[in-house]
Design a binder for this molecule. Structure first.
Ligand code: ATP
Length: 280
């Protein structure tokens, strides 16, 4: 840890780039104020034990825990290109083909989490900051600190315990503190895809909590301009952020539909007819 370079800071602590056994890895530190609470530390350790078992090309690889007196530090693979949040801030909106390819990466990672046996994992905090990019350009989902094992018998048998997640991406049922299931991640996913086509949140001037309030109580959703969003993407996003969680598609269904959209887009590019996203 001597040669640690600070690369970011989140709600739980700082993130450093370090060399571990000769390899560059990310070291996530959990603040002493959090890690010194035995109950919280225990909860973290349980989450990390869960993460340790996960292996998927679109999930950030967990590498291990370093225990140091009052601190809790864990290592994950290092993703040089940073987060989707950073990328959208730097580059602005993505072209439709890239946005759909990125959406597929996220959906595949999330589908893996949702289909895990014997218990699926609900991310609960899926945001552009928790999606990182590797050197090959693929996206990977990270940060399972807030995840819990879903009680699978009843997908709505899970009561939220606090204000988890980032407000802007929060499903209405989470904000209203109702029982919720896996489809809260599908809701967050739709807002991330919307941002990829737009280059950022449509309502960035408004406080995130206000947006969540309007979403939960006034059925507010971002505008889907036809000159930006292909028709099939508009339909998909409307289903994914549907107010009724039962009407939201699963990530498996999302993948199937995105693959078709991706193939159509590629075809149009080869034929030279892809001058705007209206072609779909
Ligand atoms: N494995 C990693 N490789 C490269 N950069 C990383 C890695 N993990 C995190 N980062 C960088 O560090 C920043 C902080 O990460 P962290 O997960 O602690 O917080 P966050 O996701 O931004 O916010 P929050 O804690 O509220 O979820 C990220 O935004 C990202 O830029």
């Amino acid at each position: 840890m001597k040669e640690a370079t600070l690369i970011g800071e989140g709600a739980y602590g700082e993130v450093y780039l370090v060399k571990w056994r000769g390899t560059e890895v990310a070291a996530k530190t959990i603040r002493a104020s959090i890690a010194s609470n035995p109950m919280v530390k225990n909860a973290f350790m349980k989450e990390l034990a869960l993460w340790k078992k996960l292996r998927h090309p679109n999930i950030v690889q967990f590498l291990g825990v370093l225990k140091q007196s009052d601190r809790l530090i864990f290592l994950t693979e290092y993703l040089r290109n940073g987060s989707l949040y950073d990328q959208l801030r730097k580059k602005g909106k993505l072209d439709p083909l890239t946005a759909v390819a990125y959406a597929l990466d996220i959906a595949r990672g999330m589908n893996y989490l949702h289909q895990l046996k014997p218990h699926s994992i609900i991310h609960r905090d899926l945001t552009p900051r928790n999606v990182l990019q590797d050197e090959a350009g693929h996206l990977k989902v990270t940060d399972f600190g807030l995840s819990k094992i879903a009680q699978q018998k009843d997908s709505y048998g899970y009561k939220m315990t606090g204000g988890t997640g980032s407000y802007r991406y929060m499903a209405p049922e989470v904000y209203r503190r109702e029982s919720y299931g896996k489809s809260v991640d599908v809701f967050s996913f739709a807002l991330i895809v919307h941002e990829m086509f737009l280059g950022g949140p449509s309502n960035r001037e408004e406080a995130a909590e206000k947006v969540a309030d309007k979403t939960a109580y006034e059925d507010y959703r971002p505008h889907l301009a036809s000159y930006i969003f292909p028709e099939q993407i508009k339909t998909l996003l409307r289903e994914c952020w549907h107010k009724n969680p039962d009407r939201r598609p699963s990530f498996q269904e999302i993948i199937d539909r995105l693959e078709k959209i991706h193939a159509t887009l590629q075809e149009k590019i080869v034929l030279g007819t892809c001058c705007s996203c209206m072609i779909l």
